[in-house]
Write a protein that binds this ligand. Structure first.
Ligand SMILES: Cc1cc2nc3c(=O)[nH]c(=O)nc-3n(C[C@H](O)[C@H](O)[C@H](O)COP(=O)(O)OP(=O)(O)OC[C@H]3O[C@@H](n4cnc5c(N)ncnc54)[C@H](O)[C@@H]3O)c2cc1C
Length: 382
């Protein structure tokens, strides 16, 4: 964190947008976060409110009901929630779901779904992981068999962000099980009144307590063939690979914002808290630690700003996205761990922001492709 540094992608319009987003997050999210954490879910109302405010699908074309901005607008929303520890509102996954449609959907699919995602009527989710297939997606078992003008889906998904609230799931299925990657497709599944579809329990997690991460079950579920993303079967892997850098960029954006939020809170705390007759900040160890944390956070910020510029320019490649995802989230945990340490026992209490940020941060190294898988991807290109 460097107080005099302003991200080069920020401009006057984005500053006004950021102020509006920050006010919205402070008024509509922060006061409810404790309740959301207790009920393991943010509820549907906040999605409608965010849609009304023009905060959903900000980088989706206005032709399809989006805001018509770009990735900088997505980044602003993610930063303003992440720095305040608001981790239950799964706008990242929602945006990714919208991007699959915008990048790969048929014209009819875009017109049918995108305006409803932008308004918050539909909450989006990505259904990839299964009990026996996480990193290794070749092991997917959920099957979709064509029967007349619909697919019959059987299988289950696990760890699905927004899984409890989702009205639209980009569901990764096997359409030709014998054909490996070529037998994989994405079905856009509308969940409302869907016979044979069941949401399991909301999973009890180490952090991200207000996020409705859930298990999903499909038993002879009929999905119109018109909902096959892009219209042609067998395109799933290609569609996934194309959009994963976007997902990893969002994770890195959230990571650096959490570091900045945690560090700012820690600086405030150590100036206030006293021990041995002086403020904690007076100890040389505290000053040196803060200097280290500020330096790490600033490096992460520069890296993420470069990533944001690349997404806007359409030049973010898989390797750079993987580097950002792995390095920023590893550094996020180091930084937030020290923030907890500098808070002493209070840092271990959930009512303190750094405690929640630290617990929430752990999964950043796991989802969106584990950091080990990121290193695999990077090393292959060396
Ligand atoms: C809170 C949360 C939210 C999530 N949200 C979603 C979601 O919205 N949609 C979705 O589809 N999924 C979601 N996931 C799932 C997530 O993407 C997977 O958990 C992740 O990809 C890892 O898969 P796995 O859990 O099966 O672990 P495994 O693949 O079993 O991995 C276990 C360990 O082995 C390591 N490993 C595996 N393969 C290799 C290799 N080739 N080389 C080196 N090490 C390896 C991994 O890095 C890891 O350390 C979420 C998970 C969590 C916890």
């Amino acid at each position: 964190m460097n107080a005099s540094y302003v991200s080069p992608w920020m401009d006057e319009d984005l500053s006004i947008f950021r102020d509006a987003v920050a006010r919205f997050v402070e008024a509509e999210m922060v006061p409810h976060d404790e309740q959301w954490r207790k009920q393991q879910c943010v509820g549907k109302d906040i999605w409608r409110k965010a849609g009304d405010m023009g905060l959903l699908c900000t980088d989706i074309s206005a032709d399809y009901g989006g805001v018509g901005g770009d990735f900088r607008h997505e980044a602003v929303l993610y930063e303003e929630t992440s720095r305040r520890g608001i981790s239950g509102f799964g706008q990242g996954v929602h945006s990714i779901c919208a991007h699959y449609l915008e990048n790969h959907g048929t014209e009819e699919q875009k017109r049918r779904f995108l305006p409803r995602l932008a308004s918050g009527e539909l909450i989006g989710a990505i259904g990839m992981s299964e009990p026996a297939a996480g990193s290794d997606l070749q092991g997917l078992r959920t099957r979709a068999v064509l029967d007349g003008d619909s697919y019959i889906v059987n299988g289950s998904k696990i760890f699905i962000t927004n899984g409890f609230l989702a009205g639209l799931i980009a569901l990764v299925v096997k359409t030709s099980p014998g054909e490996g990657a070529k037998g994989t497709s994405i079905l856009m599944v509308e969940t409302d009144n869907l016979k044979g579809f069941r949401v399991g329990r909301i999973l009890d997690k180490m952090g991200m307590k207000s996020q409705d991460t859930a298990e999903l079950f499909f038993e002879d579920v009929r999905v119109p063939a018109a909902n096959l993303l892009g219209g042609a079967p067998g395109q799933g892997f290609y569609q996934l690979m194309g959009d994963l850098p976007y997902e990893r960029a969002l994770i890195a954006v959230a990571g650096v914002a959490a570091m900045e939020g945690g560090l700012a809170e820690t600086i405030r705390y150590v100036k206030d808290r006293k021990a041995f007759g002086k403020a904690i900040v007076e100890f040389q160890n505290t000053k040196f630690k803060l200097a280290e944390l500020a330096t790490k956070t600033h490096i992460a910020r520069l890296f993420v700003d470069d990533i944001i510029a690349k997404v806007v320019a359409g030049t973010l490649d898989t390797v750079t996205a993987s580097m950002a995802k792995y390095w920023v989230t590893d550094t996020q945990q180091e930084v937030l761990d020290e923030c907890v340490q500098l808070h002493g026992g209070y840092g271990y209490m959930n009512e303190y922001l750094v405690c929640r940020l630290f617990a929430d941060s752990r999964v950043q190294r796991i989802y969106g492709g584990t950091n080990e898988i990121m290193k695999e991807l990077i090393s292959r290109a060396l």
